[in-house]
Ligand binder design. Structure first.
Ligand SMILES: NC(=O)C1=CN([C@@H]2O[C@H](COP(=O)(O)OP(=O)(O)OC[C@H]3O[C@@H](n4cnc5c(N)ncnc54)[C@H](O)[C@@H]3O)[C@@H](O)[C@H]2O)C=CC1
Ligand SMILES: O=C(CO)COP(=O)(O)O
Length: 387
């Protein structure tokens, strides 16, 4: 007979942007709802910055807020991320923590939720500070491309920190989720058993006095009445869907910017979905399931929502309408939030080009060429037909 666990998991969210804050809200609701599994407090690592509260904010008090303050202080006082998720109350058990090592050192569950370009620096800062038996989930939408190959950020984080990392991705516009409008998501978790190439000594087991980290546990961590979770084992499919749809969303924004209508957008989405699936089959054949792209929220559903309401779509559309580079629109429109599709288009292209495979992925290639100013948006139909 095994003894019941006597300890509880401690959860830290690494990141506090638009999605990082929305996920912190969700998990803090669940740590309170499941006291048998979790300590209620959720630490949320904040990349510290000074922020001037607007006199129009309902909590503005000239005696307290006339000067810029630390964003983490504002979050802990007002229980709102006024910069990245304004007007959404955060549960009081979300504790903004500006020191990343303090945020992570006692966490048994780490949720990575930062723009992908910051992951390496964050892992460097975390090096040696995580519990060896911690488990992680990456909510990051991007792929890690180096001259040697392409990896999932879940794998990059896991290998770098010596812990296992799964993935969460879905049709999840953060502002809608934070407003508790119904959506679905996909969580992928499949830790290896025994030694593997990435974990030559095997993973350090979660101690028996903590609740087991399995699919049911992860559902308890993320599922809410307004946020429905399906837990699967296909970490590659879940991660690639979220990363690659951002390239397609830029193409959808381009055609919307031209005012070409719904049929044109459906055409780029169809071609884009096929390229997403082909990329998975070609480069992650051993681990990625084609059905994940068509059957789970992280695949076609995320593609649809992102091509209609995402930031990549919005900025690409405005860039065509205003005749300005997308980076300029990003800086003007997003108040510090980051696009992932622009760098992913370039990183994926670098990988395909090295292998002479650009023509096999005409939509991904066309988006990259348009972003670089080497092709015209108006030529998209020919580019995806003839490349
Ligand atoms: N916002 C959304 O609707 C969704 C976003 N995602 C994904 O979630 C991930 C995180 O995105 P968001 O939370 O939306 O972030 P965001 O784009 O809203 O915010 C940017 C974040 O980066 C931080 N930052 C700025 N400079 C930094 C630096 N040098 N080092 C570390 N951090 C720095 C900022 O403090 C801020 O927290 C991305 O991969 C994104 O694709 C996934 C689903 C939905
Ligand atoms: O991933 C998203 C929705 O699932 C959000 O996409 P954007 O980063 O384009 O806003």
């Amino acid at each position: 007979m095994t003894n019941a666990p006597t300890k509880k998991h401690r959860v830290t969210v690494v990141g506090s942007g638009n999605w990082g804050s929305a996920i912190s809200k969700i998990v803090a609701e669940n740590t309170k709802a499941h006291p048998e599994l979790f300590h209620p407090e959720v630490k949320m690592w904040v990349y510290e910055e000074e922020y001037q509260l607007s006199p129009n904010h309902p909590a503005y008090d000239p005696a307290k807020h006339s000067q810029p303050e630390k964003l983490s202080t504002i979050i802990n006082t007002l229980h709102e991320n006024v910069k990245y998720l304004p007007s959404i109350p955060l549960p009081e058990n979300v504790i903004a923590t500006p020191n990343i090592r303090t945020a992570a050192e006692d966490a048994t569950i780490l949720i990575f939720n930062v723009p992908h370009q910051f992951v390496f620096n964050i892992c460097n800062q975390l090096d040696g500070s995580c519990l060896p038996y911690a488990r992680a989930v990456s909510c990051i939408k991007g792929v890690d491309v180096t001259p040697d190959g392409v990896s999932l950020f879940s794998d990059t984080i896991g290998k770098r920190l010596g812990i296992y990392c799964g993935a969460l991705s879905g049709a999840n516009i953060a502002n809608e989720v934070a407003a508790e409008k119904f959506s679905e998501t996909t969580v992928a978790y499949n830790p290896p058993i025994g030694p593997t190439k990435d974990y030559p000594n095997g993973l350090v087991e979660v101690p028996a006095d903590l609740p087991a980290v399995d699919h049911a546990f992860l559902k308890s961590l993320f599922h809410r009445p307004y946020f429905h979770v399906r837990v699967v084992s296909d970490v590659a499919g879940v991660s690639l869907g979220g990363a690659l749809k951002n390239i397609v969303a830029i193409a959808a924004g381009f055609v919307d910017g031209l005012g070409w209508g719904n049929n044109a957008k459906a055409a780029v989405m169809r071609v884009g979905l096929l390229e997403m699936r082909k990329f998975g089959k070609m480069f992650f054949a051993d681990s990625c399931k084609s059905a994940t792209f068509t059957e789970e929220s992280c695949g076609v559903a995320d593609l649809i929502t992102s091509c209609n309401g995402g930031r990549n779509h919005k900025c690409a559309k405005l860039s065509v309408q205003k005749g300005k580079p997308i980076e300029e629109i990003e800086a003007e429109e997003l108040n510090g939030q980051k696009l992932q599709g622009t760098s992913t288009a370039s990183e994926v292209n670098e990988y395909l080009k090295r292998r002479g495979l650009e023509a096999e992925f005409p939509l991904f290639t066309a988006v990259h060429l348009i972003l670089k100013g080497e092709a015209k948006v108006e030529n998209l139909p020919d580019l995806i037909e003839t490349l």
